[in-house]
Design a protein around this ligand. Structure first.
Ligand SMILES: Nc1ncnc2c1ncn2[C@@H]1O[C@H](COP(=O)(O)OP(=O)(O)OP(=O)(O)O)[C@@H](O)[C@H]1O
Length: 235
């Protein structure tokens, strides 16, 4: 696996203005380097800025300080249009509540991101999506409606959808938050394995140390910064 650099955050800050005019400094100085094949786990208590950080990593928001680089390119201040292009091509998202399209089959959900692709990826979207569902163990449930599937199965569809365009980075926000402990552990293992096999980096953001335990590098988000977690403290 190459050690190609994907994401580099240097002194990243995010401050928002509150309705009363005061500034809220959510992130003050985040440093992080993510390479291809990495699995980074970020834990933090409620309200410490996990979603804020995820939105910066996914180019949904911009830092108010510091620099953010994508594959060596400074993207701190890129336009919304450029960010959307990188996001569509390079980022896969997995959310706590699955966020699957209602009324669409498992296959249609996984095919959805390929509608924005071109060439072979577009024309062969059905075959590519079916193969991806097979990889997450749902090759025999292509026509199933997600609402009739278990939470673990729905999250596996969401994982297939996140990986179907072969993104370089997968961002998972509390991916097991809506699952029981056993199902969550199984889904997390699958996410870790499928992401690694596709050559992407995985960044898992969670309040649950057990979920972060699979990550090869772990950090705690506190006081607006990332603090490396020692092996023994992380489990
Ligand atoms: N746009 C905003 N305006 C005002 N306050 C905000 C804004 N965005 C985030 N915050 C506040 O910043 C803090 C961090 O929010 P964030 O959602 O990133 O935390 P979190 O760690 O993801 O929390 P949780 O685990 O509860 O989802 C919270 O106190 C939140 O209320």
């Amino acid at each position: 696996m190459s050690s190609e650099e994907l994401l580099r955050l240097t002194g990243v800050a995010r401050t928002v203005e509150l309705p009363d005019g005061d500034d809220l400094h959510i992130l003050t100085s985040v440093d992080l380097l993510v390479r291809r094949g990495d699995h980074v786990g970020i834990v933090g208590r409620s309200g410490t800025g996990k979603s804020t950080l995820l939105n910066l990593l996914g180019l949904l928001d911009r830092p108010t300080g510091g620099t953010l680089e994508w594959a060596g390119r400074n993207v701190t201040d890129i336009s919304g249009r450029q960010a959307a292009r990188i996001r569509g091509r390079d980022v896969g998202f997995v959310f706590q509540q699955f966020n699957l399209l209602p009324g669409r089959t498992a296959l249609e959900n996984v095919m959805a991101p390929l509608l924005y692709a071109s060439g072979k990826e577009f024309w062969q979207r059905r075959r590519i999506a079916a193969a991806m569902l097979d990889q997450v163990g749902l090759g025999d449930r292509l026509d199933a409606m997600p609402q009739f599937l278990s939470g673990g199965e729905q999250q596996r569809i969401a994982i297939a959808r996140a990986l179907v365009r072969r993104p370089t980075v997968v961002l998972a926000d509390e991916p097991t938050g809506a699952l029981d402990v056993e199902t969550g552990a199984m889904v997390m293992k699958l996410l870790d394995q499928a992401t690694y096999e596709s050559g992407a980096a995985l960044i898992t953001i969670t309040h649950d140390q057990n979920v972060a335990a699979l990550a090869r590098r772990r950090f705690r988000l506190a006081e607006g910064r990332l603090h490396p977690l020692a092996e023994e403290a992380a489990v």
